[in-house]
Design a binder for this molecule. Structure first.
Ligand code: SF4
Length: 430
């Protein structure tokens, strides 16, 4: 009888990808994935440490796993476990650098059912999972790199995931080719620090451009999206390589974090607002319809009211399609943990709400810009009454209704007739 595995995954796309990857490895060993936690012989919690709240939730989920499945082997993996080192409620704890050991550890644990904890050495190599299927509606997510060398003062990732390790181009292209055979045509290229692809081999950001050119050469690939990008890596050379690549979607998630130069300096970000402004200008020249989205933190240590206002004004000046706004959350082990003064919770929450309101207004204004335009839609969901929903290349949600029923995965042109908040309403024209 096959052992049954249940996954509880917290956090980012990379975590979701890694859960899918571990699921694939276990599947090859004859394990069966189940979707009801109570059926599990093995209960895997893939944790996150991006905020204090994520840490708390990770601990809670591990305890919950033990409570729901007292006889199961509970595995805690991911960023939170990398930092905490041990999880007393878990039978096996692996961080982010020793995932390759999970399958043998698990097999051993299942045989022995011993209480002994084991912590293998960290790997310096990218751990290759082979071809993994992580589907996001009609998109497939492809991880090309792990780790980061940047040490932003608020971020735990370089400690939890280690330095940059890139996946081989052959493995990436093989995975994408495999997924096109399963019908996927849109690929999201992701990593912890995407622009550092092959940096450990002495390459610059054009290595990413070259990889994307090879991805685009696969005929069945119709659209390529990029994960979060660092502004200083978006050089004119890389932007020009992206412009030549007609399969790149004009949607760029360009990490900002703060629109105040003094805050950016304290964050140890490697750019200022002037550089960011130039990159946005270059991107918009190369991709006139581009959607620019970003992440911003409110209430970083020492952030004054003036710095917050500067940050908000800069966000408005750029005109983002959407901002993911987070209140600053101190992470133990980072420099920002000890920075003084910390901003009080009420002020952080108020600033976060103010910036989110700005983001909502910009998002609605951006949707209105599409009225009267024609966009290319990749259909994700359909209803029996002919209603469809999908995203255009600029990553704006488009909804519409057609006389001839559309099907998920279909790509067609739609004319935008109006908006419904942040989505646009379209009519299929081809
Ligand atoms: S670039 Fe900065 S924020 Fe991003 S993963 Fe690296 S250290 Fe963290």
């Amino acid at each position: 009888m096959a052992y049954k595995v249940y996954f509880q995954t917290l956090g980012c796309k990379v975590n979701a990808y890694e859960s899918a990857a571990i699921g694939k490895l276990l599947g090859e060993e004859g394990f069966e994935e189940v979707f009801n936690p109570e059926d599990a012989d093995i209960y895997i919690v893939n944790t996150c440490a991006v905020t204090a709240e994520a840490d708390r939730k990770s601990r809670q989920m591990i305890r919950k796993a033990r409570r729901i499945c007292p006889d199961a082997v509970v595995v805690a993996m991911g960023c939170h476990t990398e930092m905490s080192g041990d999880e007393s409620d878990a039978d096996i704890t692996v961080g982010t650098s020793d995932r390759s050991s999970l399958v043998p550890l698990l097999l051993e644990k299942l045989q022995m059912r011993a209480s002994e904890r084991e912590f293998p050495d960290a790997s310096e190599q990218y751990f290759e999972y082979g071809s993994v299927l992580l589907r996001e509606e009609t998109r497939a997510v492809i991880k090309i790199e792990d780790g980061c060398n940047n040490f932003c003062t608020y971020c735990i990732i370089p400690y939890s995931r280690g330095r940059v390790r890139s996946r081989t181009r052959d493995a990436i292209l093989q995975e994408i080719t495999d997924l096109t055979k399963k019908g996927y045509s849109e690929f999201v290229i992701t990593g912890i620090h995407l622009c550092s692809f092959e940096k450990e081999q002495g390459k610059d950001e054009t290595a990413l451009g070259e990889l994307l050119t090879s991805v685009a050469a696969i005929p069945e690939v119709k659209r390529i999206r990029l994960g979060s990008l660092e502004p200083y890596s978006m050089t004119e050379k890389l932007i020009s390589m992206l412009r030549e690549n007609t399969k790149i979607c004009p949607h760029f998630h360009l990490s900002l974090q703060s629109g105040s130069d003094s805050v950016l300096k304290r964050m140890n970000r490697k750019y200022d607002t002037a550089l960011y402004r130039d990159v946005v200008k270059n991107l918009r020249e190369a991709f006139p319809t581009a959607s620019i989205t970003t992440d911003m933190i409110c209430g970083f240590p020492g952030e004054t009211e003036e710095e917050h206002k500067d940050s908000s004004a800069f966000a408005e000046e750029i005109g983002f399609t959407h901002i993911h706004v987070f209140p600053f959350s101190p992470r133990k082990g980072t420099k920002a943990w000890d920075m003084k003064p910390q901003v009080d919770a009420d002020t952080k929450n108020r600033r976060t709400a103010e910036l989110r309101k700005i983001s909502d207004e910009m998002e609605e204004a951006r949707a209105k810009e599409f009225i009267g335009k024609t966009v290319e839609v990749l259909v994700e969901k359909t209803e029996e009454d002919g209603t469809w929903e999908g995203y255009c290349r600029e990553y704006i949600r488009v909804r519409g209704k057609s006389e001839k029923p559309a099907s998920a995965g279909e790509i067609f042109l739609a004319r935008i007739d109006g908006t419904d908040g942040t989505a646009v309403l379209g009519t299929q024209i081809s």
